[in-house]
Design a protein. Structure first.
Length: 344
């Protein structure tokens, strides 16, 4: 690993705050830091780019060539990489590398992580202790995986967790955990299982909690069934720019399972399975923050009822004055004081 790209990645790994590395062409290399793209003064030999792609493909036991032009994988440091090769990109292969802030492993690491005060950190921890189901919602690069890692860190060591991802990104340091990876097609095997295939099988594996790194299709249907049948404390993330959009996207993903089900039934399944949506975003300075916490409160006719527990105002995540309907669980199971919100 002595070519110029491996050397570049090694140099950038020593710089704090870089979340993305984008190689568009030999002379077009960008990094993202603090929500802004910065172009580097780079001139990478095309031969090094090709050799780098071969190295990464071999490490991931995949092909990446004219017959297999797109590859998702991971680098040795755990960063996620996507490559799209010629002839489907003009001029040079495009390489996108998403790095994660691995030093953030618990809420204690940074007292202001995701713009949270100690009171809101306690609330999120209580959600985990109470085994409530939630969805982490947010756009690209707002820290959905990092946030899920923080929440996973709160899971009891006595619980059995099954995690399903298409590319391994979650950090799970638990003794009784099974890591499943969908979409894997190695050099030795042509068999490939979808996320939905794995979720269905997970129900036979006696999990306490089921975690899907990101729901993108019909697997959401099966996850919601699991949430509704005793697998409390499960979670997933969904790509959406607002909590309202997240609800709409859940309906769409549910229907991708291929069943002809009335919208009212779909919404009832969602409202009975999911307790909270935690919406992530960026503030004016580009910092990753929790923008909103909403609670799903059942149905009224054909509409999912929600209430906003907290939203970001003037740079602060502010309590909206209405205690969660799930307060009984938060108190009796999670140990939250019954008067917790009176002091917010």
């Amino acid at each position: 690993m002595t070519n110029s790209i491996w050397n570049l990645l090694n140099d950038l790994s020593k710089k704090a705050g870089i979340t993305e590395i984008l190689i568009n062409s030999p002379k077009s290399v960008f990094v993202e830091k603090g929500g802004e793209f910065i172009q580097l003064n780079a001139n990478l030999p095309p031969e090094d780019i090709k050799e780098f792609i071969k190295d990464v493909a071999l490490q991931n036991q995949q092909h990446c060539d004219e017959n297999h032009p797109i590859m998702d994988g991971v680098l040795p440091d755990g960063s996620r990489i996507n490559i799209i090769n010629e002839p489907f990109v003009n001029g040079s292969p495009a390489i996108s590398i998403r790095k994660y802030l691995k030093m953030i492993s618990s809420f204690e690491t940074d007292s202001a992580i995701f713009g949270l005060t100690p009171q809101w950190i306690y609330f999120l921890r209580t959600i985990m202790a109470s085994r409530l189901n939630f969805v982490v919602s947010g756009g690209t690069g707002v820290g959905k995986t990092t946030f899920m890692n923080l929440m996973i860190n709160e899971i009891s060591l006595q619980e059995r967790v099954i995690a399903i991802e298409d590319t391994r990104e979650l950090t799970i340091n638990l003794p009784n955990v099974v890591r499943l990876e969908s979409g894997v097609k190695t050099l030795q095997s042509s068999v490939m299982l979808s996320t939905r295939d794995l979720v269905k099988n997970t129900l036979r594996m006696r999990p306490d909690r089921i975690i899907i790194g990101e729901s993108r299709g019909g697997e959401l249907f099966d996850l919601l069934q699991a949430m509704n049948t005793g697998h409390d404390g499960s979670m997933t993330s969904i790509h959406a720019s607002s909590a309202g959009e997240c609800l709409s996207r859940m309906e769409t993903l549910f229907m991708l399972a291929g069943f002809e089900i009335p919208n009212s039934v779909v919404r009832k399944q969602i409202s009975s399975a999911v307790d909270f949506i935690i919406q992530l975003g960026r503030d004016k300075e580009g910092n990753r923050v929790v923008h909103e916490i909403i609670e799903l409160c059942g149905m009224e006719k054909n509409t999912i009822l929600t209430q906003t527990i907290a939203s970001r105002e003037d740079g602060i995540l502010a309590f909206k004055g209405v205690a969660p309907r799930s307060m009984d669980k938060l108190h009796k199971i999670g140990g939250m004081p019954s008067n917790f919100f009176e002091n917010m």
